[in-house]
Write a protein that binds this ligand. Structure first.
Ligand code: GLU
Length: 291
């Protein structure tokens, strides 16, 4: 049984890699907008310019989701609010996909002006990019099959196969703290991890609780998964900005007013409220001073 399952994982993993290779270059160029807008308005283009290019996730229900030409989720709502405060109407926003492993690069090469993509503020990332915020605090958790009884938290991962996403703090934490006990399959996106879990090819998907709750609540997975519910990190979601930006203070002011005027609460209720309750001792957070 075990070897069949492993073989299945290898096959699916290979398929995922091939798919990733075929679509390489897509994130950040979707709709051909990132490059064009990046060069027309310049990265960190001034408020009131034609358009602003914003990186989001395209495959994370409740946070950043692209369905046809519709973009929904908490990150999208926060992005629209902040862009509005910076002087951009909704039709001046170009959303482009920013998968976890490409976020720093997209900011560095000017493909995007800002990123709202479940993007944790970390010291390592601050070497390459800047952050406004935080505007939300999540925690790393585990998503398992509904009938799984042996994974109860980060201390019960012995011999387990986990899926997480390359370039995320989630994958890094497993490598740093659980490499001895676990096998990590790094996928390009969380939706691919969730498919592997659904097919029984991995034992758990690990990333932020709010992300996992969004997948578990999708109708096609109804009753299939459960969130373990023992968060083992603090993920402060920041707004990614190019390192030499002049927007950080304005973005922080916008986030503060979003929290103060009740929009934050509304966006949480509307986008994740049914599947997830944010940790009330950490949310809503206070913004940090810009560096
Ligand atoms: N918040 C974590 C990170 O920024 C995990 C989620 C993600 O990969 O977007 O790495």
């Amino acid at each position: 049984m075990r070897s069949v399952r492993r073989a299945g994982l290898a096959l699916t993993a290979a398929t995922a890699l091939i798919l990733a290779a075929c679509s390489a270059g897509e994130p950040g160029q979707t709709g051909g907008s990132a490059t064009a807008s990046g060069s027309e308005t310049g990265s960190g283009g001034t408020a009131g310019g034609d358009t602003i290019t914003i990186g989001i996730k395209f495959d994370q229900p409740g946070l950043g989701l692209k369905e046809g030409n519709d973009f929904t989720g908490f990150d999208v709502g926060v992005a629209k609010y902040v862009a509005g405060k910076l002087g951009y109407a909704e039709n001046q926003i170009k959303f482009v996909e920013s998968i976890s492993s490409q976020r720093e690069t997209l900011l560095e090469n000017g493909s995007v002006d800002m990123i709202f993509a479940t993007y944790s503020i970390t010291d390592a990332r601050k070497e390459r990019v800047a952050f406004a915020g935080p505007y939300f605090v999540a925690g790393q958790d585990l998503l398992v099959a509904a009938d799984n009884t042996d994974i109860t938290g980060p201390d019960s991962l012995n011999g387990k196969v986990l899926c997480s996403v390359e370039g995320s703090t989630s994958a890094e934490r497993i490598r740093d703290e659980h490499a001895q006990q676990t096998q990590l399959y790094p996928a390009p996106t969380y939706s691919e991890c969730v498919e592997l879990l659904s097919a029984g090819n991995v034992d758990a998907v690990t990333t932020d609780d709010v992300i996992l709750a969004g997948y578990a609540a999708q109708s096609q997975y109804e009753g299939k998964f459960k969130l373990v519910g023992q968060p083992f990190s603090e993920e402060n979601y920041g707004v990614g900005l190019p390192k030499d930006n002049d927007r950080c203070e304005d973005v922080n002011a916008a986030i503060t007013s979003m929290i103060d005027d009740g929009t934050w609460e509304e966006l949480i209720k509307k986008n994740v409220g049914e599947s997830f309750t944010p940790n009330p001792s950490l949310n809503p957070p206070k913004v940090q001073a810009c560096a």
